[in-house]
Design a protein around this ligand. Structure first.
Ligand code: SF4
Length: 364
């Protein structure tokens, strides 16, 4: 049954992705109205938009490695790696290049097409750049896409990473501009947007999303997505994380988000950024199979594979494989990958367009 559906839709999806519905002028009120639609209506709209551009039964698989853990100067309230919080995490130095490449090789063998490397830094030191460049070159040499999340970057850092062939840079906005200062005080929302803009200008693809369940309201979730969707080009990758409240961090006692509200956020991301990969990121260990299935139906089409995300747990290959079998999903290959940058028509201006810190998702 699943195969037939896929075959029937294949021709439609193979057609040029000429999309006149990609917008960069969302208002908060119209986005909030979508978020608050009756749940079935919202999911139907999101799924319809999703399958106009993507195979609804394929999921892009990334793997994330912490190449430098803990001791970070920033004070992100969700993050175990911040030196400001008593999470008990032991800091480590930047990993050796060979070790990173070996880990990437294993990730590729297990089906990952993109390798994400995260360092717990406010920004990289210039003495580390040669090592970071060698990591990018080495992982690309394996035939994988590369992503890094290193905090704020100077123009020189960006230029070096770009020349090394870095495909994606992850730098999450985390939440709405209004709620941001309740979570992070050591750098501003504007700092984040500035880094994203300069990375984009250098031709590196952007990965940017946020964390849901930090005590924010629906208006903040919507506000975060309006910020991302109104960028000149949509991020190619939009990670949506569910907070894992970590002991020792300021958010350890925050109230858990209702999974239905989380699914609503995924659906809204899909509707507002129809050509982006929406990644179901941190927090999957705390989600039921049913919640994850709803997220995929709402338009999430990327996950992190493996049993760890930086310093925390992730479902692992066996659990994902069981879930994929139950749902009739399969991993996307690099040949399947939809590259909005190269396939979108000129007329769609803006389409021609890490992860993750909590214990598992850092958002440098
Ligand atoms: S999320 Fe990133 S920048 Fe923030 S404290 Fe954690 S490692 Fe540092």
């Amino acid at each position: 049954m699943t195969a037939n559906v896929t075959e029937l839709d294949a021709a439609k999806r193979a057609a040029p992705r000429i999309r006149s519905d990609v917008r960069h002028d969302w208002t908060r009120s119209e986005a909030l109205a979508l978020y608050n639609l009756p749940f079935m209506e919202l999911l139907f709209r999101a799924q319809s938009i999703h399958r106009a551009s993507f195979d609804p039964n394929k999921i892009q698989m990334s793997r994330l490695l912490s190449i430098k853990t803990g001791g970070c100067a920033e004070d992100c309230g969700y993050c175990s790696q911040s030196a400001h919080h008593a999470s008990g995490l032991k800091a480590s130095k930047l990993m050796e290049v060979e070790r990173v490449i070996n880990e990437a090789r294993k990730a590729k063998a297990s089906g990952a097409t993109r390798y994400c490397m995260g360092a717990a830094w406010r920004s990289p030191k210039s003495r580390d750049m040669d090592t970071l460049v060698a990591m990018v070159e080495g992982v690309k040499g394996l035939g994988m896409e590369t992503c890094m999340t290193l905090g704020m970057l100077s123009d020189d850092d960006i230029s070096k990473l770009s020349h090394a062939g870095l495909d994606y840079y992850n730098h999450n906005v985390d939440t709405s501009e209004e709620y941001y200062s309740k979570v992070i005080t050591t750098r501003t929302y504007a700092d984040r947007l500035d880094t994203l803009a300069r990375v984009r200008q250098a031709g590196i693809k952007v990965c940017s999303g946020g964390i849901i369940g930090m005590g924010e309201g629906a208006d903040d979730r919507v506000g975060m997505l309006v910020t991302l969707a109104n960028l000149e080009e949509h991020p190619e990758s939009v990670p949506i994380n569910m907070l894992i409240a970590i002991p020792g961090t300021p958010l350890e006692n925050v109230e858990k988000i209702d999974p239905i509200d989380f699914v609503r956020t995924i659906a809204l991301a899909r509707i507002m950024m129809p050509l982006s990969y929406v990644r179901l990121s941190a927090g999957r260990t705390e989600m039921s199979d049913e919640t994850q299935a709803l997220c995929f139906f709402a338009g999430a089409n990327s996950i992190f594979a493996g049993d760890t995300l930086l310093t925390a747990g992730n479902p692992g290959e066996d659990a994902d494989s069981r879930l994929f079998t139950k749902l009739g999903l399969s991993p996307e290959t690099l040949d399947d990958t939809f590259d909005a940058t190269s396939k979108a028509p000129q007329s769609c201006s803006g389409i021609s367009g890490d992860e993750a810190g909590q214990r598992n998702v850092r958002t440098s």
